[in-house]
Write a protein that binds this ligand. Structure first.
Ligand SMILES: Nc1ncnc2c1ncn2[C@@H]1O[C@H](COP(=O)(O)OP(=O)(O)OP(=O)(O)O)[C@@H](O)[C@H]1O
Ligand SMILES: [Mg+2]
Length: 260
């Protein structure tokens, strides 16, 4: 359902995503994990065809991001922090507006909007203007907006950031339901504890590179770790240890060179 092949994104001299590859399938929650600055959001924006890839490619529901960007956009629903709402529209009007951008309308769209208002528990504020909404209310409308066209692939970047327990639970319940319905849900977050509870498979990024991918149990077993955070620290810690060792070697070589 989502195939990422040697995907690379450069911004000038900065390599934000460095030749990463992974696959995710329908009917699962896939954790795209990694610390701040690892390259998660950039990866998502390239997959969503918002940014152009520098190298490699990705396929969404069988469509190539370079060759068929419109088909990709039809099949994907993406929530990132920069999704905007119209302040002067109510929640419902926002959803209607974005639904119409996808070519939806009439009874079918109204039904879909009602359903989203119900599952995301937005009934209390659906007909109020979005401008004065709290963070959590805005986030729920943004989530609903990103999936109004009922896409096969749902990508949520930090969907519960800033949400209270109840609102987070609603979002988690939504992701589980979507999985039940056979969707691919990609959950991107730096919070490995949260992701571990929900994810079937994961890909962990660090400094623009993929450090590991597989089912949660495979990753834990390979790293000999009790949880994903430990696994990450073990894998990256080894890496870091190696690079410090190499730096020390170089330093000694340089010193030896001076003595000569
Ligand atoms: N538009 C841009 N121009 C230049 N550099 C960028 C741009 N967008 C991202 N980067 C850089 O790419 C790298 C990866 O950033 P990205 O936002 O993808 O990380 P992230 O994994 O989503 O992190 P976080 O958990 O903090 O959201 C960072 O070094 C960032 O500074
Ligand atoms: Mg990010």
């Amino acid at each position: 359902m989502l195939v990422v092949k040697n995907l690379t994104k450069r911004f000038g001299d900065i390599v934000a995503v460095d030749s990463i590859s992974f696959e995710a399938h329908e009917g699962e929650i896939f954790g795209l994990l990694g610390p701040n600055g690892a390259g998660k959001t950039t990866t998502i924006r390239v997959i969503a065809t918002v940014l152009e890839a520098t190298g490699g490619t990705a396929e969404v529901a069988g469509f190539d991001i370079r060759k068929n960007p419109e088909d990709v956009r039809r099949n994907i629903g993406v929530l990132t922090a920069d999704i905007g709402l119209y302040d002067r529209f109510t929640a419902r009007e926002n959803l209607r507006y974005f639904g119409e951008l996808y070519g939806l309308g009439g009874e079918k769209l109204e039904k879909r909007i009602d359903e989203l208002i119900h599952v995301l528990d937005m009934g209390r504020f659906a007909d109020r203007r979005a401008g004065k909404f709290s963070t959590g209310m805005k986030q729920k409308v943004a989530i609903a907006r990103s999936i109004v066209h009922d896409p096969k692939v749902i990508i949520f970047d930090e969907p519960t950031a800033g949400l209270d327990v109840l609102a987070s639970q609603t979002v988690v319940r939504f992701m589980k339901n979507a999985r039940e319905m056979g969707k691919l849900v990609v959950l991107s977050t730096h919070n490995m504890h949260d992701a571990e509870k929900l994810s079937d498979h994961v890909a962990i990024l660090h400094r623009s590179k993929l450090v590991t991918t597989g089912s949660v149990s495979e990753v834990l077993q390979r790293a000999g770790a009790a949880n994903l955070e430990d696994a990450f620290i073990k894998i990256v810690g080894d890496d870091e240890a190696k690079s410090t060792e190499r730096a020390r070697e170089l330093e000694q070589l340089a010193k030896a060179g001076k003595k000569k």
